[in-house]
Design a protein around this ligand. Structure first.
Ligand SMILES: *[C@@H]1O[C@H](CO)[C@@H](O)[C@H](O)[C@H]1NC(C)=O
Ligand SMILES: *[C@@H]1O[C@H](CO)[C@@H](O)[C@H](O)[C@H]1NC(C)=O
Ligand SMILES: *[C@@H]1O[C@H](CO)[C@@H](O)[C@H](O)[C@H]1NC(C)=O
Ligand SMILES: *[C@@H]1O[C@H](CO)[C@@H](O)[C@H](O)[C@H]1NC(C)=O
Length: 481
């Protein structure tokens, strides 16, 4: 059922959702020279640049390219200590409490996976760790990244070191690993901001820390939680990077410019949670998460100045978009004279129980997103309208309901044969009940991007569900079930 009121229902007829923002910006009259694309003659260039057709996915004789493969799985996390004695000592004095460690974020680069283990509770020895890929063992102990020394204890904390990292982002072309360190410990017990949140970056060749930027006090609210991060590189210039960090509890995006070594805070009403989508019922548990803006993915514009940021609050069924140029225009946010509220637009709705944590966009323009309430992974070909008939579901749960429980983070690698990576971690059970440590609780899975979408509506070779020549992007208020 859909409820609309006529004056809340606006339709933009456009070649693609990407164009919506261009038109919208020109309607509002902001002068963004870089996006002065002429809509009349852009059909061809659009087709041939952003949305060009892929070669048909090749059948793979060696393995099932249309399935998620388990890369690693754990009953509980174990750490690789320099010596056995040190590990025993850490357990004895409470520095390491195995059952309090929960993997949250995932990233991959070359032959390493990067996993975050935030300090939700006591007894987490390090919050950013790595394992080699592929591993011989399916449940390897994890190694603090870049070293044990880079991590501070939560007691007498050294704020120049890592405290509690939530998520990471890799900018492949610049060979860097970015991370958002929330500075918060005991998030589930008694929230304790022991250090300011900070953005850090490591050189993935030398594992040296390249950037350490503490968010200024004016950009941190009481009870802020900075927990997701995305990176935008302009014109292949590694010094001109911008980092987007979401404040999921106080509904903002902090934009950091590496070149300026400054940040500013962006707010919009679409960053707020939807109260109806805040009620979660999973694994026999009921809880309410009033989580705001969280999932972010960047489109692959031909020029980075054309990029849009797709985003969604965690407690929401909707997807939104905004021009990155808008976010990068510091004066717009610091001097605040232009009304920007309508430049963040809703592009569609995933329907009841469509909450998603994170998302990412592959080279073929397909967005992948977690489906935390449905224990699944969704996909959307960004050249089609964002509506349910164009949203695919990638896990065919043939009676196995425990393979992925709570897919919490998702990344797309930049390998030649592109992969989509998912980590599932049963977070609600960890937070509100009791994990069974004789069972597999955490899994990392990978699928080939082309293979996994081949027979779904997300395949860019398949036309939109209604074969529309021009797509209609509707801005809906009201829920559809
Ligand atoms: C976390 O909370 C527990 C229980 O309240 C407390 O014993 C512990 O000292 C806290 N840890 C930190 C680092 O604040
Ligand atoms: C960036 O700015 C921060 C203060 O906001 C300062 O502490 C830091 O040294 C600066 N970094 C560089 C590389 O200038
Ligand atoms: C904001 O406005 C002030 C005064 O009008 C100006 O000096 C400053 O450069 C502006 N800030 C930015 C970031 O544009
Ligand atoms: C579900 O999948 C997991 C991992 O492959 C396996 O260990 C488990 O036995 C499966 N359960 C069922 C009911 O098939």
């Amino acid at each position: 059922m859909c409820l609309y009121s006529a004056n809340q229902f606006r339709i933009y007829v456009m070649k693609s959702s990407y164009f919506t923002i261009i038109t919208l910006l020109s309607i509002v009259g902001l002068r963004y020279n870089s996006i002065g694309v002429n809509a009349a003659n852009s059909d061809q260039s659009l087709l041939s640049t952003h949305f060009k057709l892929q070669n048909p996915p090749m059948p793979d004789a060696k393995r099932d390219s249309n399935l998620f493969q388990i890369i690693n799985e754990w009953k509980y996390m174990d750490f690789e200590y320099p010596t056995f004695v040190e590990r025993q000592l850490a357990i004895k004095n409470g520095d390491f409490i195995p059952k309090n460690n929960l993997p949250l974020g995932i990233d991959v680069y070359g032959n390493r996976l990067f996993i975050t283990t935030p300090r939700w509770k006591d007894g987490v020895p390090a919050s950013l760790v790595t394992v080699t890929y592929p591993t011989k063992e399916i449940s390897p102990p994890v190694k603090p990244y870049p070293s044990w020394q880079a991590h501070s204890s939560p007691y007498n904390a050294d704020c120049s070191k890592l405290i509690s990292v939530y998520r990471t982002a890799v900018d492949v072309q610049c060979n860097r690993l970015w991370a958002i360190d929330s500075g918060i410990v005991n998030a589930t017990v008694k929230l304790n901001q022991i250090c300011p949140p900070k953005i850090v970056a490591f050189d993935l060749s030398s594992d040296e820390m390249l950037v350490r930027y503490q968010l200024p006090e004016s950009q941190i609210k009481q009870d802020s939680l900075h927990s997701n991060i995305a990176v935008d590189i302009r014109n292949n210039d590694c010094s001109d990077a911008h980092v987007f960090v979401t404040d999921v509890w106080r509904f903002g995006i902090v934009v950091y410019s590496l070149l300026k070594n400054r940040s500013w805070r962006v707010t919009n009403y679409n960053f707020s949670p939807n109260p109806l989508a805040s009620d979660f019922n999973v694994y026999g548990l009921n809880f309410q998460w009033l989580d705001g803006v969280f999932g972010m993915s960047l489109s692959n514009g031909p020029r980075s100045s054309d990029r849009v940021l797709y985003f969604h609050p965690m407690a929401s069924y909707k997807e939104f978009m905004v021009s990155t140029d808008l976010l990068l225009d510091e004066s717009l946010w610091t001097n605040g004279t232009v009304d920007t509220s309508k430049l963040f637009i809703s592009i569609g709705d995933r329907g009841l129980n469509g909450q998603s944590s994170t998302s990412g966009i592959a080279r073929n323009g397909v967005m992948f997103f977690t489906q935390v309430h449905r224990d699944n992974v969704g996909c959307w070909d960004t050249s089609k309208p964002y509506k349910r008939s164009n949203l695919g579901t990638l896990l065919k749960n043939s009676g196995n309901e425990t393979l992925i429980q709570f897919p919490n983070d998702l990344k797309i690698d930049q390998e030649q044969r592109q992969g989509v990576w998912v980590i599932s971690n049963r977070l609600p059970i960890y937070l509100y009940s009791q994990l069974d440590y004789s069972d597999i609780n955490f899994r990392i899975l990978r699928a080939d991007v082309d293979g996994i979408i081949a027979s779904t509506i997300c395949n860019p070779m398949f036309e939109s569900a209604r074969k529309e020549k021009f797509t209609v992007v509707s801005i809906e208020e009201g829920q559809c079930y």
